[in-house]
Write a new protein. Structure first.
Length: 333
């Protein structure tokens, strides 16, 4: 055997796992960029996502609670809705939400399209009715033209509105985080501290719930397995959907992608500090009291999960006409 070839073989054998091996062996997988097959529908969905005319007041849009410049959330413990009402639960990020097994903390919506219909008619959120929201859209010529081009005859319906919003939301993925770069073979993409934090993340058992491309979103778990979680928040979790007492205080496991941007944390938004959130989860869910160094390392790892944020510009919304119903300002009702 040629000596040079033998050296190459030996070097390859001791250089560590290949790219394919690393991705296959790790419980966390990279997020892949989205492929847009229907750009016109996505663009229409973007306009609807930003359009406050889908709300009773004319001031609240999907982006109000899922702000794309703030990690897809609103950085509030619970969102502020119609007439300054304080919502009952923390607003989860819309980024990478297409990777969730279901939508909302309790999973009451099976998919993004079903979820998109909820806030429009929720009296504490956008506080409109579906019928009136559709009437508003039908009164706007530019929307009529766009819907007709995509959906054909009699196109402006609730199903088509939510389908377009869902199509846009499916594009809101965040690939190319530093950790994804490491998964794909770039050993210099993360530091020794961040890698140590990932090892601790696996060793203490966090990956039992936070795994896959989104590091979460694929299961429901009780909040407070080892120790009870004490909160004043009234949300009871998945029991509201299933009616089973065993599901009381079970919530969808949140994604950890972009977690440094989506504070405050948990369904009640009770913790603003990521280090505190790591400590609470380790104690309550795993029965582990982590040392300060381990918390610092895990926090450093979690910050490597921030990926490329959606590249978007707030769209120019179609102008209203004289026939458009006038919204009632929520602050003076």
């Amino acid at each position: 055997m040629n000596a040079k070839f033998l050296c190459l073989v030996l070097a390859a054998s001791i250089s560590g796992p290949t790219l394919a091996d690393r991705i296959a062996q790790e419980p966390v997988k990279p997020i892949e960029p989205v492929k847009v097959d229907e750009p016109a529908k996505v663009e229409l969905g973007k306009k609807l996502f930003f359009d406050p005319r889908l709300s009773r007041s004319g001031f609240i849009s999907c982006n109000s609670c899922h702000n794309l410049s703030m990690g897809g959330s609103d950085n509030l413990p619970t969102s502020i809705g119609h007439n300054w009402q304080k919502g009952p639960i923390n607003s989860p990020t819309v980024l990478n939400s297409s990777l969730n097994v279901a939508q909302f903390w309790d999973g009451r919506a099976a998919n993004l399209q079903e979820q998109a219909a909820g806030p429009i008619s929720n009296p504490m959120e956008m506080a409109f009715t579906h019928a009136l929201a559709i009437d508003v859209l039908r009164s706007i010529p530019a929307y009529r033209e766009e819907f007709a081009a995509i959906y054909g005859d009699d196109p402006i319906s609730l199903d088509n509105v939510t389908d377009a919003i869902a199509a846009f939301e499916e594009t809101l993925v965040t690939p190319n985080s530093r950790f994804d770069q490491w998964l794909k073979g770039d050993d210099k993409a993360i530091t020794e501290q961040e890698l140590a934090g990932y090892q601790t993340f696996k060793e203490v058992g966090c990956v039992a719930c936070h795994y896959g491309p989104a590091l979460g979103g694929t299961s429901f778990q009780r909040m407070g397995i080892v120790e009870p979680y004490v909160t004043d928040n009234p949300a009871e979790g998945r029991v509201a959907v299933t009616g089973k007492d065993a599901d009381r205080f079970s919530f969808k496991v949140p994604t950890l992608r972009n977690v440094e941007l989506t504070y405050p944390y948990f369904h009640d938004g009770a913790y603003w500090n990521l280090e505190e959130a790591v400590d609470v989860m380790a104690r309550l869910q795993l029965g582990r009291k982590l040392e300060d160094k381990d918390i610092a390392n895990m926090t450093a790892f979690l910050k490597t999960l921030t990926g490329d944020q959606p590249d978007f510009a707030i769209p120019q919304l179609p102008p209203s006409t004289a026939e458009t119903p006038r919204p009632v300002p929520f602050a003076t009702e």
